[in-house]
Design a protein around this ligand. Sequence first.
Ligand code: DAH
Length: 351
Amino acid sequence: MQEKIEQLKQEITEKFANVKNMQELQDLKVLYMGKKGIITELNNGIKDVAPEEKKEYGMLVNSVRTLFNDSFQAMQNKLQEELINEKLKKDTIDISLPSKKIKRGSKHPLNRVIEEVEDLFVSMGYDVYDGPELEDDEHCFRLLNYYVGHPARDAQDTFYIDDEYLLRTQTSASQSRVMQENKEKTPIRIICPGKTYRRDDDATHSHQFSQVEGLVIDEGISLADLKRTLEILAKKLLGNDTQIRFRPSYFPFTEPSCEVDVTCFKCGGHGCNLCKQTGWIELLGAGMVHPNVLRMSGYDPEKYTGFAFGTGLDRLAMFKYAIPDIRLLYTNDIRFLEQFDRKDEENEIKY
Ligand code: DAH
């Protein structure tokens, strides 16, 4: 028996030495350890062995089994390692190859304009204020001198939530909040970017637009301060040659009130189809804060004066990037947005 076992061990060792792949390894397992495998049968044969020989028989069979299992494990590890090494060799990364192109998003044209405006005003010492889009009648109208039933409310139809709450209809809704929060603290210098909602729907007006409201309150603020500030804004956004002009207008919350035009940046003020041959394009509404508005929000109009302005940035973005329809700014069409993935200057259309 001992001899038979030694022979078997030698045979197993030789067979393992010749194994070349996982399949051959598995075949060996079936041959020796399968249901009818050689070692399995030897193991089962113990029942026919005389009792006094059982112990030795068992030990001998165990030693072959151990040899088989150890050899199997070692060979399996070796083959697996070889497989991994082969795969690593095949999958080596050539770091000199150009990488796959990553699709980069681009800044929305509106955000470009908003950031430009914010940067400018922050550089002049203004704070950026975040007013609510869901406003109440008091701040959107009453504190701005539009008493209930005021005819000028008609021009500001919007989305009402109930009798008191509405979506902010105009670019002046935050100023009373700022004044109330500051309680005669001066100077106040804020801009308030955000969204404004109106009942509009055509190529140049949408139910929603991006606004910027501006407010400055201090002792001795005059129309000259307003004029210079808006001149800086216009030149920064639309080019150094841009001129501005004030046209008298009416708004309940500023006195005097005006509409501010800029020289047409397509024709430089000579007259063209963009400016309807006038040489001017309307940019924003502005004026000196009405004494009632100051008083209602806690500032003494005998001591303090201020100016305010408000504009839609969508129009500005449309002019700046020659966008023909305002709705393109809100439909998230990737083909439209992709056009802005280059540097700002490259996108600016030179008329
Ligand atoms: N709030 C006005 C609007 O949304 C724009 C405006 C007009 C703002 C005159 C002002 C102003 O500050 O004085 O249409």
